[in-house]
Design a protein around this ligand. Structure first.
Ligand code: NAP
Length: 643
């Protein structure tokens, strides 16, 4: 069968192909030509220079790009005229050469299994679980909590494995974050052709970093395609889950839209609730007295007209940073209260539309989409981690934690100062005072500083003292009048699984056990909580790059293996040993303290708990995490047989 990634046959006219070639990513085009012809000269005769870093056209001169397009046109038209036959598979060594060429560096061997799996040229979906004998799984009902990206994935994989399941979702539709965050300007900040399931790529994204409606539609489409709707209880929230060790069952208390509570039981539970889901609204004195509407960014009140209003935007992390440019035009006045300035990564493509020619290439040129995925994944994968790691010998630790980190600081500083020009007052407000990448770095195409320089926009860095019926008062006594307050103040990230009550063996309450220090073996399982699995659990947040969807796919494969063991060996329960879990937590903690996120100059960060420790973030390279969760080590588990 033709690989789904070999492209749909086409009869496009030569002129239209030539037009499409003006749009496409030239490196990706050249890689596709190698597939079409089997001839490596297309990469050997065209050498991009430097690193790509979102520069999908490659650092080729315009002449070199035109030479590549001219070489491509006859190859593609001849391929069309032959009826677009499926290309002969390339050797592994040639594909490795292509990876090195595209990455502009030697891709280390440790990444190869991960990359071949992720790129999946033959369309076999190597992370798909084995279909289990329905007789062995009939007694293994699973409840998945949440129907966002990871819950949908869980549903797909459970269905493929013949495991009965129900997804419980508090919202009225799928997408999680992408259902809830409908604020103006909401868009993903991971390149979209990577931020989608490896086995459900979209060739038709309209933006390189899609906006929320398109992402939500993507997740709805995937849900429908995989026939999951009938498995979902919408508008239903899980309040509590309790393990009964006598019969090896989880009992979950659900609350439906009408407030009624019911109990369901399951042999296993998978939480898929994300870590950035429950809004955090700080308790500012007097907030309740505010006379106008106020709401959190993740619960945008679309009935409130902002046009002509004075709007106070409290918080400017990733959400506020997107909201301000999107509403500044409309409002009479926008006052942005930002506690900590943010580092930004210059990305010219951040708001760019995907050209028609690129979409044509994605749909028709063999493996174009796969290579484009690689091209955006590679620089976004672990490069950020290198710049985040502390070199204890680096002399000026107040400024940067390593030479690479200093280079990032210099690049980001240039990006900011070049935009601000000689406005010293603004520069002092927007230039961060902590090392680069100390918080999650934002993607920026210049829209943030352009917004701040508008006459109707003011950035306030003085701390908020209180809120009055008419506006916001800062600690210097200044009152900022406001008709509307928007809280873009983030989420209760460190309170993993809040507000659910999860009770394990011997009546132990999970969140009390964790306190401020949530942990899980590989970010997935916890001792004392049998048959309990987390997608995107503690220690699995990505601060440095990568994509949570990629992580979810790895975690779900691992969970499928555990469930298969429970089913096939007719187990009562499976849980990690306390030793394995604490060893993993300790190793993770040792790594985290060597990362810039732990730097004392980063005073406020949603990663840090009240003691300044970080327990929710992964310090691991994608390749390390891939290897760690490739398959369960059964010696790290306690398996109890039934009876
Ligand atoms: P966030 O990054 O945690 O930002 C919250 C903002 O509120 C920060 O400016 C924070 O200041 C401020 N704040 C919080 N508590 C405060 C207090 N007590 N007083 C004053 N200011 C306070 O939250 P977010 O912007 O919603 O983004 C969270 C994460 O969601 C992102 O890092 C990203 O992972 C994800 N996200 C992604 C996208 C995307 O893909 N494009 C968009 C939105 C969100 P401090 O910085 O001083 O703490």
């Amino acid at each position: 069968m033709r690989s789904p990634y070999a492209g749909q046959p086409f009869t496009t006219s030569t002129d239209d192909i030539a037009a499409a070639l003006q749009d496409v990513s030239v490196p990706t085009l050249l890689l596709s030509l190698v597939h079409i012809t089997g001839d490596p000269r297309f990469i050997r005769e065209f050498k991009p220079v430097g690193i790509f870093l979102n520069e999908v056209q490659g650092f080729m001169s315009e002449e070199e790009k035109q030479r590549a397009r001219a070489a491509a046109l006859p190859v593609i038209t001849a391929y069309r005229d032959r009826g677009c036959p499926e290309p002969t598979p390339l050797s592994r060594s040639l594909i490795k050469e292509m990876m090195d060429w595209a990455a502009c560096e030697t891709v280390p061997d440790e990444y190869l299994p991960l990359l071949f799996e992720e790129l999946d040229f033959d369309g076999a979906d190597p992370r798909r679980p084995e279909a289990l004998d329905p007789q062995t799984t009939a007694e293994l009902p699973v409840v998945v909590i949440g129907c966002g990206e990871s819950g949908i994935l869980a549903g797909i994989r459970l269905r493929q494995a013949n495991i009965p399941f129900t997804i419980v979702e508090k919202n009225g539709g799928p997408g999680g974050t992408w259902w809830e965050n409908s604020y103006p300007g909401a868009r993903v900040d991971v390149a979209n052709h990577f931020y989608c399931y490896s086995f459900e790529p979209s060739n038709d994204w309209t933006h390189y970093f899609a906006e929320q409606p398109e992402l939500q539609a993507y997740f709805s489409r995937v849900l429908d395609k995989h026939g999951l709707s009938e498995h979902v209880l919408w508008h239903t929230e899980v309040l509590a889950a309790e393990w009964d060790d006598d019969d090896g069952m989880w009992r979950l208390v659900l609350r439906s839209q009408n407030g009624r509570t019911t109990t369901v039981q399951a042999r296993a539970v998978i939480t898929a609730v994300g870590q950035l889901n429950r809004p955090n609204i700080p308790e500012f004195e007097g907030a309740g007295t505010f006379a106008g509407p106020s709401f959190h960014s993740a619960a945008w009140d679309h009935s409130v007209q902002l046009s002509g209003k004075h709007v106070a935007l409290i918080g400017a992390g990733a959400s506020g940073f997107q909201i301000a440019p999107a509403i500044a035009d409309d409002v009479a006045r926008l006052i942005i209260f930002q506690r900590t300035a943010q580092w930004m990564f210059p990305n010219a493509m951040y708001h760019e539309r995907v050209g028609d020619g690129v979409r044509w290439a994605m749909n028709h040129l063999p493996f174009y989409g796969r290579w484009y995925r690689f091209l955006v994944m590679w620089p976004g994968a672990d490069k950020g981690l290198d710049a985040a790691r502390v070199d204890p010998d680096y002399p000026n630790q107040d400024y940067a934690v390593s030479e690479l980190n200093a280079a990032a600081r210099l690049m980001f500083t240039d990006w900011i100062t070049n935009q601000v020009g000689d406005d010293r007052e603004l520069l002092a407000k927007v230039l961060p005072d902590y090392p680069a990448t100390g918080k999650r770095t934002l993607q920026d195409n210049g829209s943030w500083l352009r917004t701040l320089r508008r006459d109707n926009v003011e950035l306030v860095r003085t701390p908020i003292q209180r809120i009055t019926p008419r506006g916001v008062v800062t600690e210097d006594g200044v009152t900022y009048a406001a008709d509307v307050i928007v809280y873009a103040t983030g989420f209760r990230h460190t309170e993993v699984l809040w507000p659910m009550t999860i009770t394990g063996r011997d009546g132990i309450d999970l969140r009390s056990m964790w306190g401020q220090r949530p942990y899980a073996y590989l970010g997935i399982t916890v001792p004392g909580f049998p048959n309990f699995f987390m997608l995107y659990g503690p220690g699995a947040h990505l601060a440095h790059g990568g994509s949570l969807i990629f992580n979810s796919e790895l975690q779900m494969r691992y969970i499928n293996s555990c469930l298969a063991r429970i089913a096939e060996q007719n187990l009562h329960s499976l849980e990690p040993t306390a030793e394995a879990a604490s060893a993993w937590h300790l190793r993770t903690q040792q790594e985290i303290t060597k990362m810039v996120w732990s730097h004392p100059a980063v005073k406020h960060s949603y990663f840090k708990n009240a003691d300044g420790e970080i327990h929710t973030v992964s310090p691991w390279r994608l390749s390390e995490y891939w290897a760690a969760v490739r398959e369960p080590k059964w010696s790290h588990f306690v398996a109890r047989r039934k009876g």
